[in-house]
Design a protein around this ligand. Structure first.
Ligand code: AP5
Ligand code: MG
Length: 210
């Protein structure tokens, strides 16, 4: 099964992807993570991506589409993958349909009023783990590997505002795109915990196979 995970910044795409990876063995591909690794490594892609990410804008389509197209040529995706943060506009969605088969789009729908606190309170680890300060109890290191936690450079109120605007104008139209293809599964999160959201997603995905 090949899945697109759709959702606003802070909707919980990364959180759910980690759980789905464990349960279904799907390969998790996050364009945001790929860009951040390139920025950290000082690569040419990282140099291009940084100014867009810091401004809460989309990295140019040609750079982004090439990265995903190339990633999907690897053997590990043959038994299924999840795209987290791609596609992010109609152009990317149409390009994706040319080089991959998408079975379902899981749209994680969350109230915008929750997003600022979630993102500005997020702390991450270089191992990929992600936390919220409200559940850390003052802890500053990763529970999984012990390394120090840090805040993403784009997790500040100003950039989050711009990211939300980018989502509303460019990414939200993809909900209708996948609905028209009959592939949309929307999960209305309300105040549900990550585990509850995960149960809702699994219920919908498992329902597809019956
Ligand atoms: P990207 O890394 O994809 O960021 P994003 O879309 O803004 O999403 P986030 O990673 O911030 O949130 P998430 O939905 O993964 O939420 P999470 O699970 O972490 O992209 C970053 C930038 O890269 C973009 O702005 C753009 O510049 C560029 N980019 C990336 N892809 C691109 C593309 N295709 N084209 C062009 N440019 C691209 O959860 C968030 C927080 O909430 C955490 O603290 C978590 O613990 C908490 N949380 C999660 N679920 C719950 C819950 N149910 N209840 C309470 N708290 C929860
Ligand atoms: Mg994420």
């Amino acid at each position: 099964m090949n899945i697109v995970l759709l959702g606003a910044p802070g909707a919980g795409k990364g959180t759910q992807a980690a759980l789905l990876e464990e349960k279904y063995g799907l390969v998790h591909i996050s364009t945001g993570d790929i860009f951040r690794a390139n920025i950290k490594g000082g690569t040419p892609i990282g140099k291009v991506a940084k100014s867009y990410i810091d401004a809460g804008k989309l990295v140019p389509d040609e750079v982004t589409c090439d990265i995903v197209k190339d990633r999907l040529t690897r053997d590990d995706v043959k038994s299924g993958f999840m795209l987290d943060g791609f596609p992010r506009n109609l152009f990317q969605a149409e390009e994706l349909d040319k080089f991959a088969r998408i079975d379902v789009c899981v749209n994680i729908s969350v109230d915008f009023s929750l997003i600022m606190d979630r993102i500005c309170g997020r702390r991450v680890c270089s191992c990929g783990a992600s936390y919220h300060i409200s559940s850390l109890g003052g802890r500053t290191t990763c529970e999984k590997c012990g390394k120090p936690l840090y805040q993403r450079a784009d997790d500040n109120p100003e950039t989050v505002g711009a990211r939300l605007e980018t989502y509303k104008t460019q990414t939200a139209p993809l909900i209708d795109y996948y609905k028209a293809q009959g592939k949309l599964l929307t999960v209305e999160c309300g105040n549900a915990t990550p585990a509850e959201v995960f149960a809702m997603i699994c219920g919908k995905l498992d329902g597809l196979n019956k």
